[in-house]
Design a protein around this ligand. Structure first.
Ligand code: IPD
Ligand code: CA
Ligand code: CA
Length: 255
């Protein structure tokens, strides 16, 4: 299977999970940690996706937010079964299923599906990125004052929230406006398709941004670490941009 085949398989799994999530009845909600919820549907979505991926690719390993799994492998799926659980459990329409494929340590395919809006973002290394089958590109806006910037607040971690708070105020004066969607995977796709110029958030996990990263990169965008000099994929604190506003935003993040 080539990387595009892996991406298409991810699409089939994401659509199947999305159809199930959209038809849900009542479901149980449990507190994983302070202000961090998991629903029965997160688990069902991950189980369905794992099964579909591993039946098609028994040689691959799997790592999911809810069940964990392999931290290293030649071929590994990295899955967030519902990104935006807080939105999903309150009936808000913006949530995503995020599936990435990693080959030999490199993220090479990504699928982000938003069942509530039926938008499917897909990319494979060297093949470009699409939204519902149509090619997408980052915006060409280079002026920060005209830029729409998505921001994650790190609301579950008091230390990260305290670091992000002053940045929020510095940024809001420098850009056109800020947005907080509640799903990091979707935030990255917004930059990839030119709906926003950048997205920043600290303290993310690899499953939040692995797929969005491939889509952003294939759409011509750039992922940097929030702190200059760190590896963006390893750090979990990211500045995703259209490549034209990254440096200006980095100066605000690293005064
Ligand atoms: C969360 C969402 C949210 C972000 C959090 C993530 P979850 O994922 O992506 O936008 O701010 O940092 O943990 O918990 O809904 O999968
Ligand atoms: Ca997530
Ligand atoms: Ca999740």
């Amino acid at each position: 299977m080539n990387f595009m085949d892996k991406a298409r398989l991810a699409e089939r799994a994401a659509r199947a999970a999305g159809a199930m999530l959209e038809q849900h009845g009542a479901f149980e909600v449990r507190l994983k940690a302070e202000n961090d919820f998991v629903t029965e549907m997160d688990i069902k979505s991950e189980n369905l996706i794992r099964e579909m991926l591993l039946i098609a690719c028994p040689e691959d390993e799997f790592f999911g937010e809810e069940g964990g799994g392999a931290t290293k492998a030649i071929g590994r799926w990295i899955v967030d079964p519902i990104d935006g659980t807080a939105n999903f459990m309150r009936g808000q329409r913006l949530y995503a299923i995020s599936i990435a494929y990693e080959h030999d340590g490199e993220l090479v395919a990504g699928c982000v599906y938003c069942p509530g809006t039926d938008e499917l973002f897909l990319a494979a290394k060297g093949e470009g990125a699409t939204l519902n089958g149509r090619p997408i590109r980052v915006s060409d806006i280079a002026d920060l004052r005209r830029s729409l910037v998505h921001i994650g607040l790190g609301h579950r971690n008091p230390e990260i929230l305290a670091q992000t708070e002053p940045i929020f105020f510095d940024l809001v004066h420098a850009v056109s406006d800020l947005r907080r969607s509640g799903t990091a995977a979707y935030d990255l796709c917004c930059v990839a398709c030119g709906r926003a110029e950048a997205f920043i958030e600290q303290g993310l996990n690899i499953y939040d941004y692995a797929a969005g990263y491939v889509i952003l990169k294939e759409a011509g965008g750039r992922l940097d670490a929030w702190r200059e000099g760190l590896d963006p994929i390893e750090s979990g604190s990211i500045l995703a941009g259209n490549g034209r506003v990254n440096d200006a935003i980095a100066r605000i993040l690293n005064p």
